[in-house]
Design a protein around this ligand. Structure first.
Ligand SMILES: C[S@@+](CC[C@H](N)C(=O)[O-])C[C@H]1O[C@@H](n2cnc3c(N)ncnc32)[C@H](O)[C@@H]1O
Length: 215
């Protein structure tokens, strides 16, 4: 298999795909995305007043759901570079306790404050491993001791022996870097970065996982 580079990635969502991103997710998942994402956000076990850094926040769909749990005393900082995504985020999450940070998540973030939770949803798989590790480093830097790092993304599974639809989705529709992400042992990788105490929740017949690690 040819070695993939960051140029092969589809993670920077632009144009029409960005404009209709949320609707596209609903269609691709045959209308199950809204209930899935509500469940996944509930599974974050957020508490009133918590501060969250959302890396690659997209349209803010997840952040709007998080706001219900953290209340007005909580805080969300969404990091995003896509022009259409930033516009949607600002429209959807127009609240005094939500802020957009226009920075690349795979470069030093240079943030002054720390957070209770760093969240990254369907973003990490779209980077080459070196950049994924840089993103994890960014998360470690901004987390409070005892803070959580939650990755909502593909679970580890055997793509070769998956059903036709899964193989087709991963190999023909998804970002070409996704399969490399699926094949890695993420708990070991996170342990090397200083994380411990893992908690996992699974969705879409185990193909998607919410992996939470404590700093
Ligand atoms: C597949 S979308 C997921 C969006 C959102 N997290 C969700 O779950 O709905 C990936 C997002 O990451 C953003 N992104 C990609 N590369 C980025 C980078 N280097 N820095 C910041 N955001 C990035 C894209 O613009 C896009 O909004």
């Amino acid at each position: 298999m040819k070695e993939l580079t960051q140029k092969d990635s589809k993670v920077e969502v632009k144009g029409k795909e960005a404009k209709y991103y949320d609707a596209l997710m609903n269609i691709i998942t045959l209308g199950t995305y809204p209930s899935f994402i509500r469940k996944a956000i509930k599974d974050l076990n957020l508490a009133k007043g918590e501060s969250i850094l959302d890396l690659g926040c997209g349209t803010g769909r997840n952040d709007c759901l998080m706001l219900k749990y953290i209340g007005d005393e909580g805080l969300i900082n969404g990091v995003e570079i896509g022009e259409e995504m930033k516009k949607k985020f600002l429209e959807n999450c127009n609240r005094p306790n939500v802020e957009l940070i226009d920075k690349r998540i795979d470069e030093p973030l240079g943030l002054e404050r720390t957070f209770d939770l760093v969240f990254i949803s369907f973003v990490l798989h779209g980077f080459i491993q070196e950049k994924r590790e840089r993103i994890i480093e960014n998360a470690v830097k901004v987390l409070e001791p005892g803070g959580r790092f939650s990755i909502l993304d593909y679970n580890e599974f055997d793509v070769d022996n998956s059903g036709f639809f899964t193989r087709f989705a991963i190999r023909k529709i998804e970002c070409p870097l996704a399969e490399d992400f699926i094949l890695r042992d993420w708990k070991s990788i996170l342990k090397k970065s200083g994380f411990s105490k893992f908690e996992e929740k699974f969705y879409f017949k185990g193909k998607v996982r919410l992996l939470t690690a404590i700093k």
